[in-house]
Design a protein around this ligand. Sequence first.
Ligand SMILES: [Zn+2]
Ligand SMILES: [Zn+2]
Length: 387
Amino acid sequence: MPIKNRFAELLPEITAWRRDLHEHPEILFETHRTAGIVAEKLRAFGCDEVVEGIGRTGVVGLIRGQGAGPVIGLRADMDALPILEATGLDHASKTAGAMHACGHDGHTAMLLGAAKYLAETRNFDGTVALIFQPAEEGGGGGREMVADGMMERFAIEEVYGMHNWPGIPLGQFAIRPGPFFAATDQFRITLAGKGGHAAKPHETCDPTVMGAQLVLALQTVVSRNCDPVEQMVVSVTSFETASTAYNVIPPSVTLKGTVRTLKDAPRDLAEERIREIAAGIAATFGGTAGIEYERNYPVMVNTAEETDFAAEVARKVAGDCAEAPLIMGGEDFAYLLQERPGAYILVGNGDSAPVHHPEYDFNDEAIPAGCSWWAGIVEARLGRSPG
Ligand SMILES: [Zn+2]
Ligand SMILES: [Zn+2]
């Protein structure tokens, strides 16, 4: 099962779909045009069922094989990012301020390509559920599709996902069992004191000084509280004051940031310590801390057996499958993997700009490998029973 010839034949067509999606990026749940194209193509390929509007703008297509068997879910994401594209390519975004900078255009096109092949050949027993989700980039589109009852409605038993990865050789694969992508939590801390004239600091309770202390103190959650053999990131990413003047001490400042962890215990620890440190620093300087701490995507955990299987299929397609590094980014496929066993794999995008960069572009030459992996997952997992 190396690259399937059919995908080499389909490459120009799939590339054209991909570039059209790239020209028309849509953000979060606003993937109306994309979802419409996906549903229209799935129907044209002869899918047995196509359901739109799952998890708001998600789409699920079903392809039934020749005999009875399990139902497996294959998932692609459809959404773009609020980035101004700087590639200068012919197929660059036509929507200023929106860009497929994470390659979800490529993911959608590859799963459509696999769907076309699977609907043509149906060389399997069981059912394939093709899952196209909105809002992977922070909106929890996968969570919404799960909450909408997708797993039960289509009786999905296992799930698989794939993401292109710059830096991995083009068309090669990498995967790891267990925790793979991090939990992504976020905090917003408002430090309140007393504003006033900058020349009379003694009459104020200066929240900018509290904030400066707090940014540094939060660094100790990773360096002094977290077990050094665990992974944790605490980043303060925003520091805003209510004053824009040179000579006014503001009454409050607001800090925002993100926390990344790969297990529950460090995740709980980080929240507890951030709350304690913020309250403690504020109290030290005579102010108060208002803390909003939001737990967003959970840790994405690949199950062992399905990871081995996914790696085996990748080896058949590409000759090898590397061990992927831990990634402190988040991935809302985590919600699907909380519900069902499954695996998520990386496919090499070669030596490109990194994802979320204004010069990034999905490499269309990865399409045959990605499509062959999808088709391989189906034909190996839902192999035709003899006779
Ligand atoms: Zn992304
Ligand atoms: Zn992505």
